[in-house]
Design a protein around this ligand. Sequence first.
Ligand SMILES: Nc1nc2c(ncn2[C@@H]2O[C@H](COP(=O)(O)OP(=O)(O)OP(=O)(O)O)[C@@H](O)[C@H]2O)c(=O)[nH]1
Ligand SMILES: [Mg+2]
Length: 683
Amino acid sequence: MGNRAGGRRTGPKCIAIVGPFSSGKTTLLEAILARTGAIPRQNPVSSGNTVSDHSAEARAHAMSVEATVATTEFMGDTMTFIDCPGSIEFAFEAEPVLAACDVAVVVAEADEKKIPALQLIMRRLDELRVPRILFLNKIDKSIAGVRETLKMLQPASTLPLLLRQIPLRKDGAVIGSIDLALERAYIYREYAKSEVAEIPGDDKAREIEARFSMLETLADHDDHLMEQLLEEIEPPKDAIFDDLAADLRDGAVTPVLIGTAEKGNGVLRLLKAIRHDAPDIEATRRRLGAPEGNATVVQVMKTIHTAHGGKLSVSRILSGQIADGSELYLSNGEVNKVSGIYRMLGKDQSKLPSAAIGDTVALGKLDDVRTGQTLTSAKGGIASLVELSPPQSVYAFALRPKERKDDVKMSAAIQRLAEEDPSLNLHHNQDSAETILSGHGEMHLRVVRERLEGKNQIPVEGHAPAVPYRETIRKPVEQRGRHKKQSGGHGQFGDVVLQIKPLARGSGFQFTDTITGGVVPKTYIQSVETGIRDYLKSGPLGFPVVDVAVNLSDGSYHAVDSSDMAFQMAAKLAMKEGMAACSPVLLEPVMKVVILTPSDATAKIIALIPQRRGQILGYDAREGWPGWDVVEATMPQAEIGDLIIELRSATAGVATYSASFSHMSELTGRLADDAMNANGKAA
Ligand SMILES: Nc1nc2c(ncn2[C@@H]2O[C@H](COP(=O)(O)OP(=O)(O)OP(=O)(O)O)[C@@H](O)[C@H]2O)c(=O)[nH]1
Ligand SMILES: [Mg+2]
């Protein structure tokens, strides 16, 4: 003992609140803010009246759709909490937050269905090496014992879950908690501080057992404690507290606290644990590899465009300090001037004269700055400390303003939205002339659309993006094409014989000629190819033609009337008539799809693949992911558009997929007719 780092870390802290969907994160934030006096009372999320700027939006969708930043004071310490959305569709919002926070509070509940979602979060925290406290919420509802609940949740966490409190029950209902380190009972009072009490005699045995199991886990990292336990010596309380803190900071365990966020119960103990045990900015700086020295270094966690048009960059000051007007350099050397420093309380901001190391504040008007970037006062900038890489999009739609005049306005508005949400993609598809918006699910894009129509007042239309169908032929044909016109002076004359034949899938287009004796002069052979290529942009079925070979075998010309144009026309004529006789057929793109799913849903996922005309290539355990599988299949692109909706609903929101082009495949019958009809209408 004595060599383990004890003692409280002082200075401002930044705490991310994460966890599976609907576990009570936003409720917990409200409870914390009410308990610390930052807001007068705790508003339920159902009121749509929480501190979040988007609480009405969240209520409408019954979920948080973006992170809320709120700073408060607790026992003289500044703490900034960032409440992140739980839905996987908005999971990317947490990435830049987790990167620069000191500790994460993972809000969980005793719900088996949410274990995979919890596992996803715990994995991400492992990867980013963020220390975490698990807050086991909704303890008012839980019927199972906490220790059984932890056994159930443990597979989601690579670190041992270390229970620090057990509930105190009366007639089956939870009325308080017993703190295993302090060996004290607390009787809950709604929205108020708990009352300290003696541990009731009936609960003593349970307490001793749970406490011993806590000490055993701590002893895994403390030989001295192990000796004491073996010799049945009571370890001093201070040593236990030091161990708890050190194990959290070292990422050796995940301490578990319990409570009922909705009634504000367990909140004070959580705040005390954060205050006493959570690592501080120095540890976070080390984790990020921030440079030593006096320069100011700032990590951007979120970008907000406020209703009044001002841009705010919510940032963690990793070192140094900032005053209004400070100049900050981006890694590319660009410089931006801070115009306004604000303390955030959800939708409200208050102006600050300055900010210093450890603070989480919003910086005004950093025009060129994006979420995730690292800024510094050192001239020329430093390399970014955080690499944000949004996952592949899984859902898309084509978007256009209802009124053409809004074209430019819409692009500008989407640009702003994409700046706030780096996981949103916008691209223009030249082939279909569509503007395609893509992201992480139906709700993700629905929110974007609502913001375009609401905040930006741009009525828009959205539809499924066009599938890039192609067509080809199944039969060879030889076809003559003669273009002849005699109108006054100069005439027009071109005459060709084309041999059209199908090629193997994926070959594209090939042009050859077997002209001998100059029956078609060289320059006009070129014109014939141009005419054919032009025709192939839209074949007999109305789609671009692929996998065809055309040979120019014969023809004739006229010394005066032949021209480039006339030979192009002749070639097109021959193609038009010839192709129709070649038994044309539609081709649809087929993708290779890789689906990641919790194993208990694998059978369900496999069953839905044939329903979407897919073929299963195989499935296997997902490497390094206990409880997860990988399913590989091929599936027509036309069937993938809304695949994610079905995958998510089969897996309580956690399955995902990636798709890449595999091959083109013939499409006949009703589906082909539908595709052609839709294309006809669009044209
Ligand atoms: N019984 C009970 N219900 C709770 C408790 N905390 C939250 N809830 C309820 O759980 C639901 C979800 O609460 P939120 O706070 O919105 O959950 P969240 O984790 O922020 O949800 P997302 O951000 O959408 O992932 C609401 O209906 C809350 O009233 C609790 O301690 N006990
Ligand atoms: Mg929430």
